[in-house]
Design a protein around this ligand. Structure first.
Ligand SMILES: Nc1ncnc2c1ncn2[C@@H]1O[C@H](COP(=O)(O)OP(=O)(O)OP(=O)(O)O)[C@@H](O)[C@H]1O
Ligand SMILES: [Zn+2]
Ligand SMILES: [Zn+2]
Length: 843
């Protein structure tokens, strides 16, 4: 038997399966999805089996055998391997990169070599006096098992050559194997006596001077359950040596036992029961339930206003899914994955919920993942990569806040979890529910057919088999009104002599809440904001010397830092350009808002949530719990306060400056602004107390802001679609951005021009219509090369080409072909090149 293995080297030259023989003792164990160690170019590498075959493609006598099988249960299943193939094709990345994205980082093993003494002990070499006295040899002899080569070399640095020589001459046997970065955690555990009666007798006869040992034995007889060694040491204030002595006498045993790291251990989740559904929820629930019962793979876009009770719909459809003995995956944006959110799922489904997100340690994440792989969990709640949760029979995939751009991974593989979910669901006959109060234009267009068939991008509708179905929940639970939204024109404030960052109305409203003991949420829209350093005399701004971007000022340390490369320097006292002392730190950070609040409202209790205050593990949770317990009047923060929060005493939401994100060089700027305002407004008045929202802006007439004021999603979409159509942007076409970078500008220019020219030539030859979109079905347009929005990063110049296409234009194939044509014989590209299909952020 032959295994086809993808080795873990993400380069174009190795991006194909290699054949290996399956040794007889591994027959039946090596499966599609198995992780193996294989010899490759003189090393041992980790790889994944993606196929099995009777015969090899190459001369079988040249075939090397698989060196080792790394897990008994393959970490990937055949359907995930197939999904990886799809990702690699669609997002232009190496197959190994896609496979790696599906497993926890703990399983990204590294090759490690160990040495043992060869069987043939009296090798001539070792009888040689020089060697026989070598300390490293004595060290190996004294060790009971294999010794890690790295450890040996570290210990005896001067003897590295001699050790290598010994391996070469066969006196030492070297074995290379893959070691996981992080193993299953094992703890030494003490087991009680197996024959209690005999042990009782022994206890009575224990020598008096071994009183400590007697205590151990007595304890284990009185508490006949396994106990962790460390716990026993603590319970009896004894030592592990004492306990070991009792074990050596044979009365108790000490063994290694596998431990589970449960990040939610010790927390009680209050069991919740399904709520009687509102009419709106019921209608939606029934539609989804029907698809679940029929096991038909359908995609639903659930457009439910803030506070309409989408979570309860998720919970009850999951329950329905579990009744069919199928598993469910719930994706939540990383920053909305709060303990409050987790609690909703654990409260309903208890221990069968596994949680996957990046704030867990890699050990915790690994254990949660194993819970899924080993069938101990039925529901996975997590961020983007939870879409790969290795369930055998997925029945339902829910994507909450489906419009969030964080569902797109920014590094390779640059996949979008929404598209991957639809694909995975199709493999399993599962349904997908995309939920949002502000669906992305792409999803909305696909579901509501606002585009005529010729305008729709055909591949979008093939992504959503049979088209997505639009489900709406236009009302809040209990028919509570959406909050009243006031727009404040900040230019008018300035004219009226108010120079504060708070308008008079927001000031009043805050004061009012303080008096009533109600709570407020304040949003500082930080997208595109930064605290930068500028000279008021000459206009100098502090720039990163390696990247074309302003340095960000950190007040605490007085250090200026680059967000792209990490470059840091002390903030200057004087302008380096004109020596003026009028050098200032600009921008409104959350810190400044906090200071202003303290000045204007003495005694106000503010919780500030931003990147600075939430880095520590568990801090996010701590702040939200505090706020929930009404230990603060104001929750002030960046984007992270806009989502998912559900606090009954929040009756005011204030937005300090709505438009900071409006003018970014991003075609989604208006959409992002509308979404953010609608989401944050939705935090107010979700329970009995009515809510009010104050939005401060310099663009009170902008449609994104006006429609947000009126909770008018349809109005926003209509206006935004006009712009997108006019400018030819998604959902009217699809995009691929190719970023080229190099240290030498001349190389870059040549490579960029060549790429664009090749692409144009290939598109022309393939007969796809050019930018003149005559019949509207197939069209491809190649723009650029132009300098990227960030033209230099880490001392490398950056250019980009944008490909706009529609329909079955074969754009990805053309691009792959063009790149191959420009690459060297080993597949090496002329300059560094990165491809982003369906980009969310264009930098
Ligand atoms: N059927 C129901 N009966 C009573 N209360 C309900 C019902 N469904 C949901 N709720 C309550 O209504 C509130 C809002 O629900 P939920 O948080 O799910 O809204 P949402 O649609 O997810 O809103 P958002 O998009 O703003 O997060 C919650 O406090 C929830 O417990
Ligand atoms: Zn200056
Ligand atoms: Zn930099």
């Amino acid at each position: 038997m032959i295994a086809k293995v993808i080795v873990d080297v993400p380069s174009r030259a190795t991006d194909r399966p290699f054949d290996y023989a399956i040794p007889a003792d591994l027959y039946g164990w090596v499966e599609i999805g198995s992780r193996v160690g294989v010899p490759f170019g003189g090393r041992v590498l980790q790889g994944f089996v993606i196929g099995l075959a009777e015969f090899a493609d190459i001369d079988e006598s040249k075939l090397k055998p698989i060196a080792e099988l790394l897990d008994h249960i393959p970490p990937l299943s055949p359907d995930l391997v197939e999904l990886a193939q799809w990702i690699s094709d669609k997002y232009c990345c190496a197959l190994t990169t896609a496979l790696q994205a599906m497993i926890p980082s703990a399983l990204k093993g590294k090759a490690d070599s160990v040495v043992t003494l060869s069987e043939d002990e009296d090798t001539a070499l070792f009888s040689n006096a020089v060697y026989s006295e070598a300390p490293w040899l004595a060290y190996i002899r004294a060790s009971s098992g294999p010794v890690r080569m790295a450890a040996l070399q570290e210990r005896f640095p001067a003897d590295a050559a001699a050790i290598k020589q010994a391996v070469k001459l066969g006196a030492l046997t070297e074995q290379v194997s893959i070691r996981d970065r992080l193993a299953v955690r094992k703890a030494l555990t003490v087991f009680p006596p197996e024959q209690a009666a005999l042990a009782q007798e022994a206890l009575a006869n224990y020598p008096a001077r071994a009183a400590k040992q007697r205590d151990v034995l007595r304890y284990m007889l009185e508490h006949p359950e396994p106990i962790a060694l460390t716990a026993l040491v603590e319970a009896l204030s004894t030592t592990s040596a004492t306990i070991r002595a009792v074990a050596d006498k044979g009365w108790i045993t000490i063994r290694e036992v596998e431990q589970q790291r449960d990040p939610y251990a010790g927390r009680d989740f209050k069991q919740t029961e399904p709520l009687p559904l509102t009419e709106g929820q019921q209608a939606v629930y029934e539609e989804i339930a029907e698809a679940l019962d029929a096991e038909s793979s359908r995609v639903f876009l659930l457009h439910g206003v803030t506070g309409s009770g989408k979570t309860e719909v998720y919970l009850q459809t999951i329950e329905r899914c579990l009744q069919h003995e199928r598993q469910a995956i719930v994706l939540v944006p990383e920053i909305a994955l709060t303990p409050q959110m987790v609690e909703r799922f654990k409260g309903r489904f208890g221990d069968s919920v596994a949680v996957l997100h990046s704030r867990l340690s890699s050990g915790e994440r690994y254990d949660e993942w194993r819970k899924i792989r080993e069938g101990r969990a039925q529901v996975a709640v997590g961020a983007r990569s939870a879409v790969f949760a290795p369930f055998p029979r997925v029945g339902l995939i829910i994507i909450d806040e489906e419009h969030e751009s964080s569902y797109k991974q920014e590094e390779s593989p640059k996949y979008h979890a929404r598209d991957v979910a639809v694909r995975r669901a199709r493999q399993h006959g599962a349904s997908v529910v995309l939920g949002s109060a502000t669906p992305s234009l792409e999803s909305y267009a696909a579901a509501s057919r606002v585009l005529s068939p010729t305008q729709t991008d055909a591949s979008a509708s093939s992504r959503t088999p049979g088209g997505a179905a639009l489900l709406a929940m236009p009302n809040r639970v209990g028919n509570r009104p959406l909050p009243k939204v006031h727009l404040i024109d900040m230019r008018e404030e300035l004219k009226a002599g108010n120079r504060s960052m708070f308008s008079r109305q927001l000031h009043e409203a805050l004061l009012d809440r303080l008096e009533k003991g109600e709570q407020s949420v304040l949003l500082l829209n930080r997208r595109g904001y930064s605290t930068f350093v500028m000279c008021r005399s000459c206009g100098y701004t502090a720039q990163c010397p390696h990247c074309d971007i302003s340095l960000t000022y950190h007040q605490k340390s007085r250090v200026m830092r680059c967000h792209y490369c990490g470059h840091a320097e002390q903030a200057p006292e004087k302008c380096p350009s004109c020596e003026s002392e009028h050098i200032r730190f600009f921008g409104t950070g959350t810190q400044r808002v906090e200071e202003e609040l303290a000045k204007l409202f003495p005694g106000i209790r503010v919780i500030r949530m931003d990147v600075d205050t939430t880095t520590e593990k568990g801090s996010h949770e701590k702040w939200l719990t505090m706020f929930g317990e009404r230990k603060a009047d104001v929750l002030l923060g960046t984007q992270m306060v806009a989502k998912g929060l559900d606090f009954p005493y929040v009756t005011l939401v204030g937005v300090i400056a709505a438009d900071t994100s409006l003018h970014l060089p991003d075609f989604r700027a208006a959409e992002k602004t509308f979404q953010l305002l609608t989401q944050v407004a939705g935090r107010a008045g979700r329970h009995e107390l009515p809510g009010e929202v104050v939005i401060q802006t310099y663009n009170p007439d902008h449609y994104a802001i006006v429609t947000a004021q009126h909770h008018d999603y349809a109005g926003f979409v209509q206006e935004e679609l006009k712009h997108r159509r006019f400018m030819s942007y998604p959902p009217f076409c699809r995009l691929i951005v190719v970023t080229l970078s190099d240290e030498q500008l001349t190389h870059l220019i040549t490579a960029g021009d060549k790429l664009a020219a090749t692409l144009r030539q290939l598109a022309y030859e393939s007969g796809v219509k050019g930018s003149i979109d005559s019949d509207g079905t197939r069209f491809i347009d190649i723009l650029g090369p132009v300098a990227s929005p960030i033209p230099r990063m880490k001392d490398r110049y950056r250019f980009q080409c944008m490909v706009k296409y529609r329909g079955n234009a074969g754009a990805i194939e053309l691009l792959k072909k063009a790149i191959a044509m420009l690459s060297g014989p080993q597949g090496q590209p002329p300059v560094q090149l990165s491809v982003d299909v369906d980009p969310q952020v264009i930098l």
